[in-house]
Design a protein around this ligand. Structure first.
Ligand code: ZN
Length: 274
């Protein structure tokens, strides 16, 4: 253990090589991780999930199931059949447009990890869409209740929106990634989804981490093959610890972002960590 407590990364992509990528995670100081459903073929049924659980691994690696079959946003997976084997449900990589499906899955009281951003290209053209999508989901959550976790928050307006929702007693959690509190689009010429933003966004993400609006730091580790993303396990702890060096977070707050809150969120869906 790097810090004396298990570091938990709740947003990763392991593609079809769980052994290789968990080995890199472990060597980077990550003790447990949650991996998204967009492998090939995706984790959208019991058989695929069971198969994935049998793969060799070097740290605790917990799957999520897709929300919809083949991540197509059309038909829900068999939630009751797979829920005991997974941390939660996510169509990460794709924004689920059909709010009636979101409503249906939230009613099941399983953990829903939501990708609230458009495609990379659309996100570059219209940076406000992330906040707009989160707003839509918040409206559903307010009516339906349930367990909603927003993935990779990157914009100032999104942080403001979630802060306000929490102030009004809405039960929601969210994460950001090291690249969103470290780099603007001018610093790093790379494609990530959501895209890197402006100085004001970087500052707002730090503020959101510091005041508790943002619960978790996750890597969104994305090795090849990919269209967008960074394979950032190795920079995960150094960049996160940078927030302590900078005085943005205390050591205790860093533990909340890397251990306590991820654990709570994982266990909120009924999953028991080792
Ligand atoms: Zn992702």
């Amino acid at each position: 253990m790097y810090f004396g407590y298990p570091v938990i990364d709740i947003h990763t992509h392991l593609r079809n090589d769980i052994a290789k990528h968990t080995r890199i995670a472990k060597a980077s100081g990550i003790d447990a991780l949650v991996y998204m459903a967009n492998c090939h073929p995706p984790l959208d049924n019991l058989e695929r999930i069971k198969q994935s659980l049998e793969a060799e691994r070097y740290c605790q690696a917990m799957p999520v199931s897709a929300i919809t079959k083949n991540l197509e946003g059309k038909e829900l997976v068999d939630i009751d059949e797979v829920k005991s084997l997974v941390v939660g449900f996510s169509d990460d990589g794709q924004y689920l447009e059909d709010l009636s499906l979101l409503q249906e899955i939230l009613k099941k009281q399983v953990l829903v990890m939501a990708h609230c951003s458009p495609s990379y290209e659309r996100g570059i053209e219209n940076p406000d869409l992330e906040t707009e999508f989160i707003k839509r989901y918040l409206n559903v959550l307010e009516k339906t209740g349930g367990k909603l976790h927003i993935q990779h928050v990157s914009k100032k307006e999104s942080v403001d929106l979630i802060r306000n929702a929490k102030k009004h007693g809405i039960n929601i959690t969210c994460e950001t990634c090291p690249h969103y509190f470290t780099y603007t689009y001018k610093d790093l010429d790379t494609k990530v989804n959501p895209p890197l933003a402006l100085e004001q966004d970087v500052l707002a993400i730090k503020e959101g981490l510091s005041d508790g609006t943002i619960d978790v730091i996750a890597s969104d580790y994305a090795p090849e093959p990919r269209k967008t993303g960074i394979a950032g396990f190795r920079s995960f702890i150094p960049l996160s610890y940078g927030l302590v060096s900078e005085g943005v977070l205390s050591e205790g707050q860093l533990k909340e972002k890397l251990h306590t809150n991820p654990k709570k969120i994982i266990e909120s869906g009924g999953y028991k960590l080792d």
